[in-house]
Design a protein around this ligand. Sequence first.
Ligand SMILES: Nc1nc2c(c(=O)[nH]1)N[C@H]1C(S)=C(S)[C@@H](COP(=O)(O)O)O[C@H]1N2
Ligand SMILES: [Mo]
Length: 424
Amino acid sequence: MPPSETQSALPSRSRRRLLRRIAASGLVASQGAAAAELLKPLDVAPSSRTPGAPVLEHPYGVPSPHEAGVMRRSARAWPLPGAASSMTPLGDLFGTITPNGLVYERHHGGVPDIDPDQHRLAIHGLVATPKLFTMNDLLRLPAESRIHFLECSGNTGSEWNGPSGLPVQLTHGLLSCCEWTGVRLSTLLEEVGGVSVSRGAGSGAWLLAEGADAAAMTRSLPLDRILESALVVYAQNGERLRPENGFPLRLIVPGFEGNTNVKWLRRLKVVDAPLQTREETSKYTSLLPNGTARQFAFEMDAKSVITRPSPGHKLTTQGYYPISGIAWSGRGTIRKVEVSTDGGMSWRLARLNSVAQDRALTRFEADWRWDGAPSALLSRATDSTGYVQPTRAALVAARGLNSQYHYNAIQQWRVEANGEVRNA
Ligand SMILES: Nc1nc2c(c(=O)[nH]1)N[C@H]1C(S)=C(S)[C@@H](COP(=O)(O)O)O[C@H]1N2
Ligand SMILES: [Mo]
């Protein structure tokens, strides 16, 4: 039956019921012309008249050309070659998983080209039997897949001094969430016969992780805190890692600041104290108001942001809008998200419309009827430890304005009377 006949084939009683329902829904007022269209048979869609493109036009699939504007972008120009970042277009995405081509990138020395057949992972230091692993060795160990967010500790640093005017991609886009597949760190340490430093409270078992890139990114990590959750991964969202995200191997430390998730991983060394590398002394420490530095602030604190509507979006008519966003915590799951549409004077509970997973993005949504008046939209996350996302004033009071990293304050978007959404 050609598609044009399906509409008129509806029995007239159910057609009348359908039209009554459309009228009752209020859609008729705003879409009168569209509703009137339904009274006559629909035309055959132009795209139904001829066969479409063949299979294998794109042996590796690509998004619709109509989505060409959805891409990673950089917030600023970087002064040194290879040291740069690109940001995930959060305002254009749905659900909680970041597609591989849109995962943010942060490199300190560019993206190395590594032959997986030549690549080795060394596990050495205070272990019983130091070993070199090939990629094939790693693929023959028990695998595990887990969904975790990855956030650069510099994410949202643009807002320390107040609203930057930037859209959500450029304020919060050093954030992605993937399903990571690889080998548990604990399995690998068993493979080298175990660790020969006494572990437990007060002891000093640390793990030095180093990348094979030009920056030789190197971080020391407290072994006790990461042993149960860290993964050495070779795949993201079902396929091998992308070169820019660490191909062929990277470390995933769930909930810890992005830079500890060392890409192009070439060695793990068990040591008895942190090595005070460049990335934990001159970088990735925060200068506090009392003049001391906050070092080894590993966990990313609970945070949330509204992604739709967000700056760059425009509300076209008054009426119902879902407020949609994401929330996450480096210390566990998201317990609740509250939303305000009046600048924080009143709050109400949002629905969590994805399963709240451990150290992963959670999608929330709240109903809102825009009455055309200027509004201010905010979201506030509470995590499973009871920690509540702070206001900017509270965060600045605690950390001062010399802290570049770990900005997690409540974010406000203004809705103007003309429907424009702004970070102001
Ligand atoms: N070897 C190496 N690992 C690295 C980096 C790097 O420059 N080199 N950048 C780190 C930083 S600062 C972040 S935020 C994350 C970014 O991971 P992504 O590019 O996969 O999003 O990787 C971390 N791991
Ligand atoms: Mo980072």
